[in-house]
Design a protein. Structure first.
Lengths: 116, 116
């Protein structure tokens, strides 16, 4: 692979809630995504879920309490924990999940993750 | 876990080449580290090696050619590939490796990774 400049990768697309694969770490996809608004409540039964805010602000709603992230802040939603990402403004994230993890927790409704 | 502010975590220590664990993603350690100067040549036979520059500049020397990273740039050294990180100035990194991976590629010389 070559060096991945996250800002350059994010400049190549504008669609929201559609993670783009920028690299691979063992069996994990490294992805960037632009989000704004409310995502769906979901969980991942087989994996933790990594969020790092690159720009903007993200709230991760969870049944037991929300967390709020700004630039340079990360959070890992534990395996199986229901969550809903919400962003009032357009927010840019680095996501890390095992290859093939559906972003909605459900393969039937998941975004197709393309490599950029 | 709670929200991890990478800059706050980095402000809590000053030793170089000594990764600190700030979180966990499945079986992987999420770590921050401060580096300056030349590390040792090494490789990891069982895992890729993730580097994201948070501040400063990092060169990853490899036998087939070096890569140069600035803030917001990431690189994954493939499993088994010999590499040597080098930084002319103090540089701050996010590292991701499976739990227990020796930072030098050799358990006998590896830094003890403590959680902060």
């Amino acid at each position: 692979m070559s060096v991945v400049c996250l800002e350059e990768k994010l400049a190549t697309f504008s669609d929201l809630w559609s993670p783009k694969i920028v690299g691979r770490l063992n069996d994990l996809d490294l992805m960037v995504v632009k989000v704004k608004g409310e995502f769906v409540w979901h969980s991942h039964p087989d994996t933790d879920d990594f969020f790092l805010v690159l720009k903007g602000r993200l709230t991760i709603e969870m049944r037991d309490g929300d967390v709020h992230l700004g630039p340079g802040e990360l959070y890992v939603v534990p395996k199986g924990v229901e969550h809903r990402p919400v962003a009032a403004e357009e927010t840019h994230l680095l996501l890390i999940e095992p290859k093939g993890t559906p972003n909605t927790g459900d393969a039937a409704t998941a975004a197709v993750k393309t490599a950029i």
